[in-house]
Design a protein around this ligand. Structure first.
Ligand code: PXP
Length: 244
């Protein structure tokens, strides 16, 4: 069995920072910690409004990350130029709607074919790997292959939203399995992500064709819960020391 790589998405460390508008917690520091704890790549989404990851983060991460840096971005000229300037190891093209809380669906590759083909060409000609974030659908896979991209990231959101052990979950997993197989037959590298967590990740990680999973919210959420006890003890200790 081949190892499935884990891309840790550190966007939501920046979300917490931006909620206060100060400089902590820093996604750059978080990236370094997750790398030292087994992450195989660092994934970030530089949104058009920089609502979490900012250009400062992107530029420093480019210099400091030791594993491959995977930048998720919209097919938008401004952000494509920024990405080409910074030079991540990999880009994942995603749809982006300004109002959405998180990426809502996969790219409609056929609809945006011309723009996607041009972006894929720009990145791949500079040795930057490109994945297209798509729903697990054979039409999207076929359209993806026609863009020249060598990889896709299958959107696991529908699967993740189903009830555990439900018929809907089995059907969603079956759709992912079928898409992974079709994608491989088309010569595409298969990555997957969105909504994966500690309870639902295993069946997706077991899909034979999947080589990489990108996971963010669940890891940041778990980090808060496993860390908040220690953080409280450290603060309590300081207060006690001050009043001794
Ligand atoms: N993959 C892609 C393409 C995404 O847009 C996101 C969310 O930024 C993720 C993976 C990670 O999703 P989650 O935070 O739900 O784990």
């Amino acid at each position: 069995m081949t190892d499935v790589k884990l891309g840790v998405n550190v966007d939501h460390v920046a979300t917490v920072r931006e909620a206060r508008g100060i400089d902590v917690p820093d996604p750059v520091a978080a990236a370094s910690i997750v790398e030292r704890n087994g992450a195989d790549l660092i994934t970030i989404h530089r949104r058009l409004d920089q609502r979490h990851i900012t250009d400062r983060d992107l530029e420093i991460l480019r210099r400091t990350v030791k594993t491959p840096l995977n930048l998720e971005l919209a097919v938008n000229p401004e952000i494509i130029d920024k990405a080409l300037q910074v030079g991540p190891d990999k880009v994942t093209l995603v749809p982006e709607n300004r109002q959405e809380v998180t990426t809502e669906g996969g790219l409609d590759v056929k609809k945006a074919q011309e723009k996607i083909v041009a972006a894929v060409e720009k990145f791949q000609s500079r040795g930057i790997e490109v994945a297209l974030f798509i729903d697990p659908d054979s039409k999207q896979l076929e359209a993806s292959r026609q863009t020249g991209a060598r990889a896709v990231e299958l959107h696991t959101g529908d699967y993740a939203e189903t009830e555990p052990a439900s018929v809907e979950r089995s059907q969603a997993l079956e759709r992912l399995a079928k898409a992974a197989q079709t994608g491989e037959e088309l010569g595409l590298e298969i990555c997957a992500g969105h909504g994966l967590n500690y309870r639902n990740v295993k069946p997706v990680a077991r899909l034979a064709q999947v080589v990489e999973l990108n996971i963010g919210h669940a890891i940041v959420a778990r980090a808060v819960m496993v860390g908040i006890g220690k953080a409280t003890r450290q603060m309590k200790q300081l207060i006690q020391e001050a009043t001794e």
